[in-house]
Design a protein around this ligand. Sequence first.
Ligand code: GAP
Length: 441
Amino acid sequence: MKKSPELMDKIVSLCKRRGFIFQSSEIYGGINGFWDYGPYGSAMKRAVEQLWWNYMVETRENVAGLDSTIICHPKVWKASGHLDKFGDLMTDCRDCKARHRVDQMEDAAKCPNCGSNNLTPPREFNLMMKTYVGPVSDEEHVAYLRAETCQPIFVDFENVRISTRMKLPFGIAQIGKAFRNEINPRNFIFRSREFSQMEMEFFCNDEDAMKWYEYWKNERIKYYRDILGFRDEEIKIHDHETLAHYAKAALDIEFQFPFGWGELEGVHHRGTWDMSRHEEFSGESMQYFEQETGKKFFPTVIETSVGVDRTILALLCHSYDEDMAESKKEGVEEDVRVVLRLPAIVSPVQVAVLPLTKKLAEPAEKICRDLRRFFRCEFDVTGSIGKRYRRQDEIGTPFCLTYDFESVEKNSVTVRHRDSMSQDRIDVNQLKAYFEKAIYK
Ligand code: GAP
């Protein structure tokens, strides 16, 4: 089923209303391509990052983590090719002053904004963001904010290898911010100028590289299907027809966003390009010595690279739903219920604790305090119970725990399931085990 274009507006509006994502610097009119994650958004972002980290690093013997700086030696970006080649062709409309990426224009001779033919000739535009390090702002002190998180991984390869004593094949993973001066940031958080990436570079022998490429491709698809729960019709593989000269294969995992199919993740065979370039530019050996054979060679790299923000947008698009439910409005039997059917593992709130009345707040608050140590919980006593359920449905809370008068006598509570709206009665002492099973299945 195709997602309707209006869905995007609904998601943007929900994100703002419920504190997931705001435009950065809103009181100053905003700044294009920058977004702030609010209380629920930041909780979800952390959960998404932790889920990826757990799947890619913590549960594997052969992948190590890294947390490098955003600003690196400028030569890193010379070696990687970003300073010379990382750009898009752009054109300006002389009439309406809009700037466009040529590859995104349906008709490169016409301004998509005002229809004018009065366009400047296409020019190269470098996407690296520039700053100065130290007190002098001149060319000698120029530095760049990283455009991808993987370059420091290549640069730190030897340090990681020595400190972990790992042998090929092994991977190094990192999550962090990346910056690109995108000409046309658009589609909410899909294309921003400041965003976060989750990247893993897997170093191996060249003979085994295609085997690992297939392995990581399958691992990543499994992740989207089994862990995030994306439906088959929501994701597809797009094999690249044209490849970089050093690469043997590359593909995108695409997601069906409301504005069409868009790249969620790239799986790339990067050959030995990065390692050999860093050797050339640093003068340090970037080769691996294989004890068993006595051979020295550049490891071949297989990369998996995904944006945190695009994962969040995909999750929101996948989860947004409206159904009819019993109305809380007088004289209306049923009305539209907005519900985010997020996987419990990434929901900003996993368990909402709702005492039926204010009188029952104290014992309910104690239950909430105990559960907070294990799950993301929220306590809410304000408004009717129906309205509180609806609010939790809208932020994707999978379980609402209600403390009622029976709870006082029987030490049990009701647990309402977001998706089916069915309720279970659970003994308070069993709650931790119950939620553990339901959330981490
Ligand atoms: N190291 C390889 C690399 O950076 P990429 O295809 O340019 O490859 C990888 O980026 C992923 O990073 C993309 O699939 C996307 O999820 C995310 N990404 C790239 N540019 C982005 C942007 N401007 N805004 C948000 N996410 C972006």
